[in-house]
Design a binder for this molecule. Structure first.
Ligand code: MEV
Length: 336
């Protein structure tokens, strides 16, 4: 323990929603993402000196007091259960970088439903790394946290772009480029008039990323052109966001949704919600994330917000009342 370490810390990280650029960002383009104010909470405590284990209690993902020696975590043994894999990899990455000789106890809880597709695994990685850095008194910049976190995420899943980790760590609304040096640019856009509706269908991101990869193999030229078009939308969207030009951003969202349809990740249910939102007066609407289900987002003028929400609900959507542009990973409590 150094003189800045603590006995217990509680940290939290937000969920996220993709504004523009999904799928293209997996293929070395960039995207725009906003952190959603619904949080994963994590309490971390140092175990007594003789205890060299990692103990995890995460009842939201059905993990009940799982315990294993730190040495097994560092050696990269398969996680005992699926629900602990992101924490285990983050602890291992942190241990490899800074050394971790004392056992750690970790408890998580979240105020978001993991079926919504708001990104609980990236929030888990952000909380684990930031929590350990606070617990052990090792200050890390957001960029250092991101670089470590990405190593952990890529050890669990090779397919993701890392955009969700950027949102969990930086919070707010960010431009994220998935090509070296992986630029992460926070954008100052409070007041984004976002409406969110859950489609009622849980989509598996890996399945849809895999499906888009297959399409890319079969149709390399058109798919690459679509990714390039998505990249243009992201650049234009970044300008629209900073100028708070919601009408223009709405148009870009509509185009992005058309391109998502073209790469094969739209569904009748999502399209139905999106048309309903547009017909009720939204500036624009689109699926958000991998497609196949999860959430749709719309931008609505204040005077049309209620009508857009009602139209989405009538079309079978479940309105999710959470605000965008939420704070990134942060300390909630520290006991020295
Ligand atoms: C999923 O929310 C967004 C994708 O672009 C995957 C990723 O960027 O990791 C489809």
């Amino acid at each position: 323990m150094n003189k800045f370490s603590a006995r217990v810390v509680r940290v939290s990280a937000p969920g996220k929603l993709m504004l523009l650029g999904e799928h293209a960002v997996v293929h070395q383009r960039s995207c725009l993402v906003t952190a959603m104010d619904t949080r994963l909470f994590m309490t971390l405590a140092l175990a007594p000196p003789h205890d060299k284990t990692l103990t995890i209690h995460a009842p939201d993902v059905k993990v009940q007091w799982v315990q294993r020696p730190l040495t097994e975590v560092f050696e990269g043994h398969e996680p005992l259960i699926r629900g602990t894999r992101f924490i285990e990899r983050a602890v291992a990455v942190f241990g490899a970088q800074f050394g971790l000789t004392q056992g750690v106890r970790i408890i998580t809880s979240s105020d978001f439903d993991s079926t919504l597709g708001l990104g609980s695994s990236s929030a888990t990685v952000a909380c684990t790394l930031y929590g350990l850095s606070q617990l052990l008194g090792i200050p890390l910049s957001p960029r250092e946290l991101f670089d470590l976190g990405l190593q952990a995420v890529l050890q669990v899943q090779q397919k993701g772009s890392g955009f969700d980790l950027a949102a969990a760590i930086y919070g707010g609304t960010v431009y994220y480029a998935n090509f070296p040096p992986r630029e992460i640019m926070p954008l100052d856009v409070p007041g984004l008039p976002l409406v969110v509706a859950y489609s009622g269908i849980k989509a598996d991101t890996d399945t849809y990323v895999g499906y888009v990869n297959q399409r890319l193999e079969h149709w390399p030229d058109p798919m690459m052109s679509i990714f390039d078009a998505m990249q243009h939308l992201v650049f234009a969207g970044r300008d629209a966001l900073t100028a708070r030009n919601w009408a223009y951003l709405g148009e870009l969202m509509n185009i992005q949704h058309g391109l998502a349809h073209a790469i094969g990740v739209d569904t009748p249910e999502l399209a139905n919600l999106i048309f309903a939102a547009r017909e009720a007066g939204a500036y624009g609407a689109k699926l958000s994330g991998a497609g196949g289900g999860d959430c749709v987002i719309a931008l609505a003028p204040p005077e049309k917000r209620e009508a857009v929400e009602q139209a989405l609900a009538k079309a079978g959507g479940e309105i999710v009342k959470i605000a965008p542009h939420a704070a990134g990973v942060r300390l909630e409590l520290m006991v020295r």
